[in-house]
Design a protein around this ligand. Structure first.
Ligand code: NDP
Length: 245
């Protein structure tokens, strides 16, 4: 599809499933060029092929957000190919739930590495390029867990509170850069499939699964923020199932 004057170069981390995948679909359909990153490159390749058949413009690259060199290669590669980066969506995340007394320290570290360090790595890689141009948009995917704490989610909530805090600092320090936090409530995805205490996982599923909103609902919120004019910065959007507090 021909790039329209309003089409943007949009980088999405964690685009191989769930909210990232839905966001890739939404933004490609809106006419943007999407650059998709994640570790499961087979998934990304299939998605890129599908988006292209549908008339979109999409590329993919292997990405591990826990590694600064990987994030730099992802961002710099897109910048070299296209001459600019308009939007970076720090979406990659993990949520292995357990109580603190279970002491699953490796999973705590992994959550901090992906959810918090991953977003910081994206900022470290993209912000200088955006500042040099005097324009850009960083979208961080937060969570309702950035606003409230629940048992079994203490570390996950800590990472998401932190993502919200650093987003506010990023916004205050950079008046030429748009900063958005999109915070979903329970959303249908693969987030609960990996790690955590199996009993907790089953309990959360039983309580929430039937109420989960589709990932496309969150993608629509991201699409809304991206679509605003350059002088309009949507700072925070919370999108949750109507029936869940
Ligand atoms: P999914 O598990 O479906 O998607 C997570 C994505 O993150 C995958 O594409 C995964 O790709 C990627 N990812 C994980 N680790 C890494 C890594 N080290 N490097 C690069 N990519 C990585 O879950 P969601 O779509 O739900 O999650 C997306 C975001 O939404 C997360 O930040 C999550 O915290 C947030 N969120 C989700 C909610 C929900 O209810 N689903 C609610 C609130 C917030 P791969 O494994 O291929 O690398």
């Amino acid at each position: 599809q021909t790039q329209t004057p309003t089409s943007k170069i949009v980088l999405i981390t964690g685009a191989s499933s769930g909210i990232g995948e839905a966001t890739a679909r939404r933004l490609a359909a809106d006419g943007h060029l999407v650059v998709l990153g994640a570790r499961r490159v087979d998934r990304l390749a299939a998605l890129v092929a599908e988006l292209r058949v549908a008339g979109g413009t999409a590329e993919h690259q292997e990405l591990d957000v826990t590694r600064l060199d990987s994030v730099r290669a992802f961002v710099d590669g897109a910048h070299e190919r296209h001459g600019r980066i308009d939007v970076l969506i720090n979406n990659a995340g993990v949520m292995p739930l357990s109580t603190l007394d279970a002491g699953r320290v490796d999973e705590w570290d992994h959550m901090i590495d992906v959810n918090l360090r991953g977003a910081l790595h994206g900022i470290a890689a993209a912000l200088p390029l955006m500042r040099a141009r005097g324009a850009g948009h960083i979208v961080n995917v937060g969570s309702t867990a950035a606003y409230r704490v629940d048992p079994t989610a203490a570390v996950y909530c800590a990472t998401k509170f932190a993502v919200r805090a650093l987003s506010e600092g990023l916004r205050q320090e950079n008046p030429d850069i748009r900063v958005t936090v999109v915070s979903p409530g329970y959303t249908r995805s693969e987030l609960l499939d990996r790690g955590g205490d199996p009993e907790v996982r089953a309990a959360v599923r039983a309580a929430s699964d039937s109420l989960a909103i589709p990932a496309a609902a969150v993608a629509d919120a991201i699409g809304y923020a991206v679509a605003q004019p350059d002088n309009v910065d949507v700072n925070e959007l919370v999108v949750r199932p109507t029936a869940l507090s």
